[in-house]
Design a protein around this ligand. Structure first.
Ligand code: ATP
Ligand code: MG
Length: 754
């Protein structure tokens, strides 16, 4: 068995002791992921365990793919049947299967962060709140953090703790926004990313039979990067393995870098309490990096107070010292990095794929990209604006999503007037508000639109509905590729792009073609059983950027944030932008804990390198549209100097300040204030009526002028006029708080008071 022979003693223990709870907390590069991989191979091959009953949770889809490939080399095609993927992808699959228990249809849409934020923006606007105070980003992350702590909106609105916290943060309307956001998602048959975990918890909490089913199905549960699981994820794994007790987790507390997203290091400490029979395995030998790199990493992490003490050592060569590169500007930094790559490649026979450039924030990639492009070095950016975030792709995807799920409000808003059909934002608002106020599905409003909109707009909407219905016939009878091509053509999207003969237009046209290619590839993959549009959309919703690789050219330098480099390894690693306020980040410096988290991030970055490591900083850099002076990061000084080589080969010249801060007299703040003042003052927030406890809609066939009625949202009012002329009977009601409204009696829920 050569795969077992390649393991050291404690690794071997970790692989073959498959029964009962096990935990490996060990340093970077010590083979944790390898143990997990081989443990699965061992279960299948040696213990004859059915791959269907093994659930392995990884941090990225890329990691899952690599693991599966490695397992396949040992066990063969059987590896296909493993349940392996990120928490989100695995539980989305389970949620689809059990959706009806939660009141969702199984074809629910998954909202990405953009969808969520634009919904939040709409709500903030509808409430007449100030979007400078209620920034979509901030509101979104507060909601996300609540969900990841398993706080439902009901609990959020009722528990004064949250209200107090929101008062302090000067966001007193948070509860109301969370509630409306959650209700609107539900109404749109949509779950956001956090819901995938939150709802799984609800499912397992409220439906014991389902929990039982999966507890018996998954006899073995394995989790990689355990230090970054949040409370919500931890609870799911704990519940799933409560019966079998066969849970194996691996992680490194020194690499915990998602505290801001609710990941909770306490999970490691609780694990021992939750599984008293726990077997703990220590791995100390690092197989990845040179002595210098391992020791440099140790010297950095030793400064953190909060950590589980462990030794990490290696028998690898000393290797080179860390190259420290100083540049005058971010552009020069880019050039130095490109020259260093060029030089290494020609002298030491490295390929592009042997290099990674890691940075703290995505925006740092621009200068680096520019110089790589000029030097003709092929590179790939992970993260940032990925293929699926481009406008034209999102447009077509919205059509596909809407054809699948006509309750999907965000997709509806995107496509209703695209290409232009003369349906303006006011009509769109009327439609959405009608669905909300009458509490009926969006699709029902669209199908009865003449009742809600005046003639011309209504006709345009009717055409749209007919179009979507024709798409639905495809959805039901054809595969994803035929359906998507048909929709791309007949929606008018492709034609519009085709007619746009600019370079960007052409590019966009090609991107849409590229999406169709991807769908074709999906349909033609033999392993894919379900070739429907729904299956494809599900696949895509869970894609991380790391999955869209250009299959024709695999030899590229990788550019990514340190966060997305977790678990990966490269022969040569550049950590760029090592400057105060950038890394450690200014935003993360409010406490000692934050600084420790930034330091763990630095530790993660260092430990990605196998052979050579470079630190780089610039003395000036463009940030927020201004040129600012920078100081070297404190982290550079924290590394024992005996491991560092100050590289003067790329020797810096005296500062040359050629660039300025934008056009003369330009003052970004002033401009921003000017814009802000143009906006009208916030309106008084809408406060809907709470229906009386005994509210029951009455039969309104006998409704007459002068009668007093109660509406579940608008409260009490008096009927001022009846209109029985058209096909749809209408009543004009003057409400005490909301003024005059015209209601359609087919839809309106009214209680006749007297
Ligand atoms: N016993 C071994 N013999 C040879 N190589 C090994 C051994 N164990 C691990 N490796 C190699 O060392 C490298 C690091 O292993 P692995 O990625 O599993 O570490 P890890 O602990 O998961 O690291 P990280 O904390 O960064 O996720 C890999 O290239 C792996 O193949
Ligand atoms: Mg790993």
């Amino acid at each position: 068995m050569d795969y077992l022979a390649s393991l050291n003693e404690p690794q071997y223990e970790g692989v073959v002791n498959t029964e009962g709870p096990a935990m490996i907390i060990a340093g970077a590069g010590s083979g944790k992921t390898r143990v997990l991989t081989y443990r699965i191979a061992y279960l299948i091959k040696e213990k004859g365990v059915d791959p269907f009953s093994i659930l392995a949770l990884t941090f990225t889809n890329k990691a899952a793919k690599e693991m599966r490939e490695r397992i396949a080399t040992v066990v063969g095609s059987n590896a296909r049947n493993l349940w392996m993927g990120t928490f989100h992808s695995v539980f989305a699959r389970i949620l689809r299967a059990e959706a009806d228990r939660l009141g969702y249809p199984s074809n629910f849409t998954i909202y990405d962060a953009d969808d969520s934020k634009s919904l939040i923006k709409t709500i903030v606007k509808e409430f007449g709140l100030d979007d400078k105070v209620y920034k979509p980003n901030v509101v979104f992350s507060r909601i996300s953090s609540a969900k990841n702590r398993l706080v439902s909106w009901q609990e959020y609105v009722n528990n004064p703790i949250y209200a107090a916290d929101d008062e302090t943060a000067q966001k007193p309307e948070m509860g109301r926004i969370y509630k409306t956001y959650a209700q609107r998602c539900f109404k749109a048959n949509a779950m956001d990313f956090d819901d995938l975990l939150f709802q799984t918890n609800v499912l397992f909490r409220d439906h014991v039979d389902i929990l039982n089913k999966y507890q018996h199905r998954f006899k073995y549960v394995l989790v990689d990067e355990f230090q970054d699981t949040n409370v919500s994820q931890y609870l799911i794994t704990k519940k799933l393995s409560a019966v079998s007790q066969n849970i194996a987790v691996v992680g490194d507390d020194a690499q915990s870098i998602y505290a801001f997203r609710g990941a909770n290091i306490e999970n490691i400490l609780n694990f021992e309490k939750d599984f008293p029979d726990l077997k703990v395995i220590k791995l100390e030998q690092n197989y990845r990096s040179t002595q210098n790199i391992v020791n440099a990493a140790n010297s950095v992490i030793a400064r953190n107070k909060g950590q589980i003490k462990k030794k990490v050592w290696t028998t690898n060569n000393d290797g080179n010292r860390i190259d420290l590169i100083k540049s005058i500007s971010d552009n020069e930094e880019g050039r130095f990095v490109a020259s260093a790559i060029f030089e290494q490649k020609s002298q030491n026979n490295y390929k592009n794929e042997d290099f990674a450039i890691l940075y703290r924030t995505n925006s740092q990639s621009r200068a680096i990209e520019e110089s790589l492009r000029k030097s003709g070095i092929h590179y790939k950016i992970y993260g940032g604006l990925s293929f699926y975030q481009r406008k034209e792709i999102k447009d077509l995807m919205a059509y596909l999503r809407f054809a699948m799920n006509t309750a999907d409000e965000q997709s509806f808003r995107r496509i209703i007037n695209l290409p232009k059909r003369g349906i303006g934002p006011t009509s769109v608002e009327k439609i959405v508000v009608a669905a909300f106020e009458h509490d009926i599905p969006l699709w029902e409003v669209l199908n009865n639109v003449n009742a809600f909109l005046p003639g011309r707009a209504a006709n345009a909407v009717n055409d749209f509905v007919t179009l979507i219905k024709s798409f639905q016939i495809y959805v039901q009878s054809k595969d994803a590729y035929e359906t998507a091509s048909h929709i791309a053509k007949n929606s008018g999207l492709l034609k519009e792009l085709y007619d746009d003969k600019t370079v960007e237009g052409l590019n966009r046209y090609e991107n849409v073609q590229e999406l169709l290619n991807a769908i074709k590839e999906f349909v033609e993959t033999p392993e894919v059983e379900d070739k429907s549009l729904g299956a494809f959309l599900q696949d895509v919703a869970l894609l991380t950027d790391q999955d869209n690789e250009d299959p024709d050219n695999k030899d590229f330098v990788s550019l990514m944030t340190i966060h997305s480099s977790k678990g990966l390894e490269f022969k040569n690693v550049f950590i760029v932008g090592l400057e105060e306020d950038l890394f450690p980040s200014q935003m993360m410096m409010s406490s000692r804990d934050d600084l420790e988290e930034e330091r763990r991030l630095f530790y993660v970055a260092i430990t990605r390198a196998k052979e050579n490591l470079y630190f780089s900083y610039a003395l000036s850099r463009y940030r927020y549209g201004r040129l600012i002076n920078c100081e070297p990061s404190r982290f550079i000084e924290e590394v024992d100097p005996s491991f560092i080589f100050v590289n003067t080969r790329y020797g810096s010249r005296e500062p040359k300040l050629g660039r300025n801060d934008g056009p003369p007299g330009f003052n970004a703040n002033f401009a921003r204030n000017l814009m802000a003042n143009k906006k009208s003052a916030p309106k008084k927030p809408l406060q809907y009526h709470k229906p009386s406890a005994d509210f029951r809609p009455s039969d309104t066939s006998g409704l007459q002028e002068g009668m007093k009625v109660e509406h579940p949202k608008f409260g009490f009012g008096k009927v001022s006029k009846m209109d029985t002329s058209g096909a749809n009977k209408k009543a004009k009601v003057i409400f005490e708080d909301f003024g005059e409204k015209t209601l359609l009696l087919t839809f309106a829920k009214l209680r006749i008071v007297e």
